[in-house]
Design a protein around this ligand. Sequence first.
Ligand code: FAD
Length: 398
Amino acid sequence: MNLEFTPEEVEFRKEVRAFIEENYPKHLRGVGAREDLSRDDMLAWHQILGEKGWSVPSWPEEYGGTGWTPTQKYIWSEENARMDTIMPLPFGVSMVGPVIYTFGSEEMKAKHLPGIREGKVWWCQGYSEPGAGSDLASLKTTAVRDGDHYVINGQKTWTTLAQHADWGFFLCRTDPNASKPQEGISFILADMNTPGIEVKPIKTIDGGHEVNETWLTDVRVPVENLVGEENKGWTYAKFLLAHERSGIAGVARSKRGVERLREIASTELLEGRPLIQDDEFLRKIGQLEIDLTALEFTELRTLAGEAQGKGPGPESSILKVKGTEIQQRLTELTLEAVGHYGHPYFRGFPEDGSNEFPIGPEYAHQAAPNYFNMRKTSIYGGSNEIQRNIITKMILGL
Ligand SMILES: Cc1cc2nc3c(=O)[nH]c(=O)nc-3n(C[C@H](O)[C@H](O)[C@H](O)COP(=O)(O)OP(=O)(O)OC[C@H]3O[C@@H](n4cnc5c(N)ncnc54)[C@H](O)[C@@H]3O)c2cc1C
């Protein structure tokens, strides 16, 4: 593998860096992606990228993709991580968007793809239910045909950021008598303002409101909102999950996180010496960097495969497991590095107008909330235990 960048790629990096520096909203610099930001702030960068034509780099060019090479996409992620930008949310761009342009009707593409590309329409994912997470095919939400409509009833859970969502994509059982549970499921889009949809918050351990319960009671959705064929939703659902998992690896962000950790460990002292000089701590950072480099090469191989027309397959499970383990270790080490300054803080403190100020250096304020928040990564997108089962069967053939 040639690791040198070509002169064109070096130029591309300069162009991207200049664009981000000139256009990334000033008030969001140094803030990072957080669930307590307003809807407008979360969408601001997405909308700027939409105008530039850079919001959906991986989509086919006919739908607004950039046609970048894997190396250009890699440079793009690195430069965004460098500035800690708030990237377009995955629910539209890397989940339902690819499902719609691959399996949806022409009308559906024309109706929904522009809003996703431009960052105007916020989507949420209605897969999981209280009794159906890892065993997703056992889902109970039903969609019953009534003339030109489906009538949906059931409860979804863990619906991320549904409190802001304009539209949702839901897996519903349309044939309760199918011979296998996977065969009676359909993939249906719903306007979140439809009567009968109720979103209730779930508070998480870091004090945030990121996930919700979504209740669906006699929700009438036009039949045009069915993606592809009735009862074939499981195929589209699996296609979407492979896209979701490869996006979860977050290599560029973790590389930036390790740089920050090194800076913190150079400032914090242990027995009078910078923490970075402690052999044991240095060994932990070193091990993390080795694992991150290995993951980076795996991701580059996957990107190269995608450029040759191979969609993300079961390898995305490897990216998901390793990427999320690294994110968790990174936040653990950051919390360890800030020591007792990590204890008293919760996300969002101090609130606007408060005359209290957090104690300790600024880099310590988010260490504990980030540590708690990142426990989610080995659960969402399909738990890491389930990903290991997939790797065992689909890649190792055991
Ligand atoms: C922060 C967060 C955000 C999420 N966002 C969304 C969202 O937007 N939309 C959505 O639809 N869902 C979302 N989810 C749900 C997520 O996909 C599920 O939590 C996940 O699939 C696990 O399902 P479960 O919670 O029901 O756990 P369970 O399936 O009950 O699993 C419990 C434990 O048992 C283990 N386990 C289960 N079966 C096996 C097996 N066969 N072999 C080995 N171990 C097994 C699991 O690994 C896990 O440790 C989110 C979850 C979180 C935590």
